[in-house]
Each structure stands twice: as structure tokens, then as C-alpha cells.
Design a protein. Structure first.
Length: 132
């Protein structure tokens, strides 16, 4: 869904329309870093941290990163990760960071989440602002 700023007279125009992501009440994986809405600089590297709080069958999944909160196949970078009870993190390599920089050029933002091996989301979706 979208959130819009409306002034007291009912007019829209205070700022741009921003995408918002409806997250589930609870999820098998809790995202930790970067925090929701954090500003990141891709030229300094990027580490995504999460905590697996429920057992997931298969034991593996993917981190998905996209400029679009619907995570379309053609505009989503993925990285395989182990999904075991406890904490985990993914450090993205320079090739993936260049790809993400290109993907985020128009929107200035990237969304990320963890999905199971069948690409079903198992975490909330967080957004991060990409600084240039």
C-alpha cells in the first residue's frame, strides 16, 4: 500500500508518495541490521543481519534485495543463506553491490527480506535509503 502526506485542508502535496510494506504479525526470521529506514552507502560494503527465531524446514533460504517491495524476478538480487536457529548475517560482495547500486538509482531505496528455499517470505520486509 502507499502512504501519502495530506495537509490539514485535505490537499496532497507536502512530499512525494512513499511505498510502505505491510509486515506480518510474526515471522520466522527477525531482521536486525540495517534497521528499517536506515541510510546505507553501498560503496562501503553492506552487511545484512538477522535472527532466526523459528525452525525452518530445509535449513536454507535466500536474502532478497530489490528496489521494488514486490520483489520482481528481474529486479531482485538474491544470496543463499543458512537458516538455523540463532543469528546470521550476509556480507554482500562488490559485484552484488554494483548491481544493487544500479537497481536503486531511480528510487533511491532498497527493500530486503529473507525467504525460504521456495522463495516464500519468512521475515518482515525492511527498506533502506541508499545514499550517493
Amino acid at each position: 500500500y502507499r502512504i501519502e502526506d495530506i495537509d490539514f485542508s485535505g490537499r496532497n502535496g507536502l512530499s512525494q508518495i512513499r511505498d510502505a510494506v505491510a509486515n506480518p504479525r510474526s515471522s520466522a526470521v527477525r531482521l536486525q541490521t540495517p534497521a528499517y529506514g536506515a541510510r546505507v552507502a553501498l560503496d562501503r560494503g553492506l552487511k545484512l543481519g538477522f535472527e532466526n527465531i523459528q525452525h525452518l524446514s530445509g535449513g536454507s533460504g535466500v536474502v532478497q534485495i530489490s528496489p521494488d517491495p514486490s520483489f520482481p524476478a528481474g529486479a531482485t538480487a538474491t544470496r543463499r543463506v543458512p537458516l538455523r536457529l540463532g543469528a546470521g548475517d550476509v556480507t554482500l560482495n562488490p559485484r552484488v553491490l554494483r548491481e544493487l547500486d544500479e537497481l536503486s538509482a531511480a528510487s533511491g531505496a532498497l527493500y530486503w527480506r529473507v525467504a525460504d528455499r521456495d522463495l516464500n517470505p519468512v521475515s518482515d520486509t525492511f527498506v533502506m535509503e541508499v545514499s550517493r
